[in-house]
Design a protein around this ligand. Structure first.
Ligand SMILES: [Zn+2]
Ligand SMILES: [Zn+2]
Length: 81
């Protein structure tokens, strides 16, 4: 079964801020990911899948990240394994 090692506490995201190259923090899975993508599917069960988007053949878990050094926020795709 595919799962996000970061969400499950197996692995810690080692993030580098793309703006200042300093260490950035993982702020968890992007929760409002289903907004513009599933406007006609207000089904609760779908939410788990909404957090994962399929890019080519790899399932990823979208995490938001934030750099406290330069206040830059960005999104990281964590490959599920
Ligand atoms: Zn995750
Ligand atoms: Zn930064």
């Amino acid at each position: 079964m595919l799962l996000c090692a970061v969400c499950n506490g197996i692995r810690v995201l080692d993030l580098v801020c793309p703006a200042c190259s300093d260490a950035a923090e993982d702020y968890g899975r992007v929760s409002d990911w289903n907004g513009p993508y599933a406007p006609y599917e207000p089904i609760q069960i779908e939410e788990e899948y909404a957090a994962a988007t399929q890019t080519e053949d790899v399932l990823v878990c979208r995490h938001s990240a934030y750099c406290s050094h330069c206040s830059y926020s960005f999104v990281v795709d964590v490959v599920m394994e």
